[in-house]
Design a protein around this ligand. Structure first.
Ligand code: HEM
Length: 485
């Protein structure tokens, strides 16, 4: 026994020494291990990744390797070189890190998980006619929820936090649209539990939960798994065709019921975790920038459905909204902050746009952070920290696509949906939901800031890297049904 323990200690020390002793070769990116053995830069990374990576960019330039909790991560911040990563799926793999997160956050292992098949299956359901059907269902659910939420005391002002209002409405409508009306839980209950889960998500992903948070995470997971248990085609208002076919595939692969529930929770997060927060930022910016609000309202007024117009005709009409599109792109530019992470499967050379070449080591990770560049890059976007609703509009009202850096036209000037083969599958559904919600709120409600001088809350810095940012705090608003007279 003693020999086993000693051998284990020796192996661990050896591993530790090997990992700590890593030296940069001439062809590799600058290496910054940080001063704390093994942990390296993990603490700064977890606290505020945007600030930390901006400091590293200042120190090392557009590419560098940092040590984070025993792993080596090469961070690339030159958007002109992003294709070298995004287009190289043979050596730089999407699914391995996705599997790590699946296990850490959802306690989920799907042995037959293949992101290419998953993506193809999902694409089918979120495009073309299927998307039109989903959009129409979403429209009805949003309408019902909004009306029922304000039906009591119709004409009285109701006060709320804007983040809570947006997230709760978009979540519940999206849940009803994709998951159906579950038999053993109301969408409100699922939303409340989901928010608890979402609050612990970054710590689950980083494995930094404290013991009591671990217990809470497990309880919340179990409650959510139970809510998602009775999903089946026999349900009163059943799940969407997408979810039915997803479940059928899992069953055909022999995935047990317990694992199916875990997979459903993962899908709940993937489909509902970002749209509500994105809507909050957009509506928050509109409320704090009256000129932008006026421009969007003017555009929407021109799209009011005629008396007796069909739902399809209205949704079709809602396609052409360049002012809204620009305002949304601008809100997302400021607040969409995912890491795009790939695992290096074999030693690879990265060819940068400026002609430089860097070797990447097998087993390391590569991470793009479009939030820093292109999105907040002052060379590409003037005054990048400011919300300018018309940043993505040409003077003739068409979409602006020409942005430059160092005289070179950018292929990637904002990347809220990722890019390349793994670009967000649900982006058209998300945009449509946000637009429908905003249209309803702006045309049917009086909605205003409780304090007209309120400013947008800052972002919760611990969420950089996990999709849409969330505010640290909220924006207090009041709203009521518009007086029809
Ligand atoms: C504002 C809302 C949303 C934002 C900002 C967003 C953002 C993103 C980003 C950046 C990625 C790429 C990740 C990478 O390359 O590593 C992604 C992937 C994905 N998104 Fe979204 N998303 C949103 C809403 C949605 C919705 C509503 C759905 C589904 C209905 C969805 C489904 C997916 C899926 C399935 C993937 C993985 C694609 C793959 O495996 O190749 N997303 N999303």
């Amino acid at each position: 026994m003693i020999w086993t323990v000693l051998l284990l200690c020796y192996t661990l020390i050896l591993l530790f020494v090997i990992l700590s002793n890593r030296k940069r070769t001439k062809r590799e990116p600058p290496l910054d291990k940080g001063v704390i053995p093994w942990l390296g830069h993990a603490l700064e990374f977890g606290k505020d990744a945007a600030k930390f990576l901006a400091q590293m960019k200042e120190k090392h330039g557009d590419i560098f390797t940092v040590r984070v909790a025993g792993r080596y991560v090469t961070v690339l911040l030159d958007p002109n070189s992003y294709d070298a990563v995004l287009q190289n799926s043979a050596s730089l793999d999407f699914s391995r890190y996705a599997k790590v997160l699946m296990e850490r956050i959802f306690l989920l292992r799907l042995p037959q998980y293949d992101p290419v098949t998953e993506r193809a299956a999902m694409n089918q359901h979120f495009h073309g006619e299927n998307l039109t059907y989903l959009n129409a269902t979403m429209q009805r659910n949003l309408q019902t929820l909004l009306t029922s939420d304000i039906l009591q005391n119709r004409m009285d002002w109701k006060q709320d936090g804007l983040f809570r209002l947006c997230y709760s409405l978009l979540f519940r409508a999206g849940y009803l649209t994709l998951f159906g009306a579950g038999q053993n839980s109301s969408p409100d209950t699922v939303y409340d539990e989901f928010r608890r889960f979402d609050g612990l998500l970054t710590k689950m992903a980083r494995t930094t939960l404290k013991p009591e948070e671990k217990r809470e995470a497990q309880l919340v997971r179990e409650r959510l798994w139970n809510f998602l248990t009775f999903m089946g085609p026999d349900q009163r208002e059943g799940p969407s065709p997408w979810l039915q076919s997803y479940l059928k595939r899992l069953q055909e692969e022999g995935v047990d019921r317990d694992t199916q529930r875990r997979a459903l929770l993962m899908q709940l997060w993937a489909t509902q975790g970002n749209t509500g927060p994105a809507t909050f930022w957009l509506l928050g910016y509109l409320l704090t920038f009256p000129e932008a609000m006026e421009a969007v309202k003017r555009e929407f007024e021109g799209l009011m459905p005629a008396e007796g117009a069909s739902e399809e005709a209205f949704l079709e009409n809602l396609q052409n909204t360049p002012v809204f599109d620009s305002a949304l792109s601008e809100a997302l530019r400021l607040t969409a902050a995912p890491f795009i992470t790939r695992e290096v499967l074999v030693n690879t050379t990265l060819h940068m746009a400026d002609g430089q070449e860097y070797d990447l080591r097998q087993g390391d990770r590569v991470c793009l952070f479009p939030y820093l560049s292109p999105q907040m890059d002052p060379e590409i976007h003037q005054e990048p920290e400011k919300f300018k609703y018309d940043r993505f509009l040409n003077t003739d009202g068409t979409e602006r696509k020409d942005f430059f850096k160092g005289g070179r036209k950018m292929k990637y000037y904002t990347m809220p949906w990722g890019a390349g083969k793994n670009v967000c599958v649900g982006r058209h559904f998300a945009i449509s939901g946000i637009k429908q919600f905003l249209f309803m709120v702006l045309t049917r409600l009086d909605l205003e800031l409780c304090d007209p001088d309120s400013e947008m809350p800052v972002a919760d810095a611990s969420r950089y890297g996990f999709g849409m940012l969330q505010p640290a705090g909220d924006l207090q608003i009041r709203y009521r049904l518009k007086d029809p007279s």
